[in-house]
Design a protein around this ligand. Structure first.
Ligand code: PSU
Ligand code: MN
Length: 301
């Protein structure tokens, strides 16, 4: 690895050297997932939640072609306000590096960077997955393949509920990605605690997760682990309430011809409008909740 491409902040570097807990955080939610200033405020809250749990946050983005692990307050602010950041996944991460561009990392690209830096725990809001209508569009997020090959444990609130959740779960199973739901049997659905689908696996404590990861190490099984952590009950929006917004947003996106990388940001933005801002507040709460659990896990490892 050419070390000049990877820029690890001094705080994250010393935490890694001392074997303290470090949690990777993504940046596409900052540039493409939320409006300003909620994106910046959420990024700060999420970092604070990691610290409150006793770990060190490492928000990851590409700045001037450098994969930057651990952002300063100024770097976070400029990422929050820019309109020109590339949304990076496995396929285009190297283009941002070679062109010395600015880019935010999705779940897939953040996993790659976390792995390069030696970070094993990563918190996000919701992973990408199989889109509704994928049988025609073939739109399946690269997050799923990344989970199957890169050894990082990703804590999310489930796959984003704009997706086809049963198909997403099937692809994860085919790829051999374990899905462990935290403290309940039902798979969470991002803004909602329940999806109506049984989770393949369940864990009840942080120690359960640690032991599962250790067992995978002992078996020499490659790839990531997905932890689904339900949104706190105080902030959830019930599934039936979200269903109308999701359906309307998807219909409008198809009429507007939204395709490719724009689909997820477009839908999330439209759902914030349709829900009168409620989905945004919920999204902030669930990612902060995931950061807390990730912080606890990183400290226990
Ligand atoms: N979680 C959120 N909001 C987001 C994302 C996750 O609460 O915007 C981002 C992640 O970076 C994820 C991406 O990888 O959405 C999925 O994009 P796509 O469906 O285009 O693969
Ligand atoms: Mn896609």
């Amino acid at each position: 690895m050419n070390k000049t491409v990877l820029q690890i902040s001094p705080e994250v570097q010393s935490a890694l050297e001392e074997g303290r807990g470090v949690v990777a955080l993504e940046s596409t939610i900052i540039t493409h997932g939320m409006p300003y200033p909620q994106n910046r405020d959420t990024a700060q809250q999420v970092e604070q939640a990691v610290r409150d749990a006793g770990a060190v946050p490492a928000t990851i983005a590409v700045l001037d072609g450098q994969i930057t692990v651990g952002l300063s307050a100024e770097q976070l602010e400029s990422l929050s306000t820019t309109k020109s950041a590339m949304k990076l996944s496995r396929a285009d991460l190297a283009m941002a590096v070679s062109k010395r561009a600015m880019g935010s990392t999705t779940v897939a690209a953040t996993m790659i960077a976390a792995d390069l830096a030696g970070i094993r725990v990563f918190a996000t809001g919701g992973i990408g997955g199989v889109h509704q209508g994928a049988e025609d569009s073939f739109d399946i997020s690269a997050d799923l393949h990344e989970l199957s090959r890169t050894k990082v444990t990703v804590i999310c609130a489930g796959a984003k509920a704009i997706l086809d959740l049963p198909k997403t779960l099937e692809v994860l199973e085919t790829l051999g990605v374990p899905v462990l739901t935290y403290q309940q049997d039902d798979l969470p659905a991002f803004w909602s605690r329940d999806s109506g689908i049984d989770s393949p696996l369940r864990v009840d404590t942080v120690n359960d997760i640690v032991e599962f990861m250790q067992a995978r190490d002992a078996l020499n099984i490659d790839g990531g682990v997905l932890i689904a952590n339900p949104v706190p009950a105080t902030h959830e929006i019930p599934r039936h309430e979200m269903a109308t917004f999701i359906e309307q947003a998807i219909q409008e996106s198809q009429q507007a011809g939204i395709k490719g990388k724009s689909v997820t940001p477009w839908l999330l933005g439209r759902i914030v409008e349709l829900s009168d801002g409620k989905s945004l507040i919920c999204n902030q709460a669930l990612i902060t909740n995931n950061a807390r659990l990730a912080g606890e896990l990183a400290c226990s490892l």
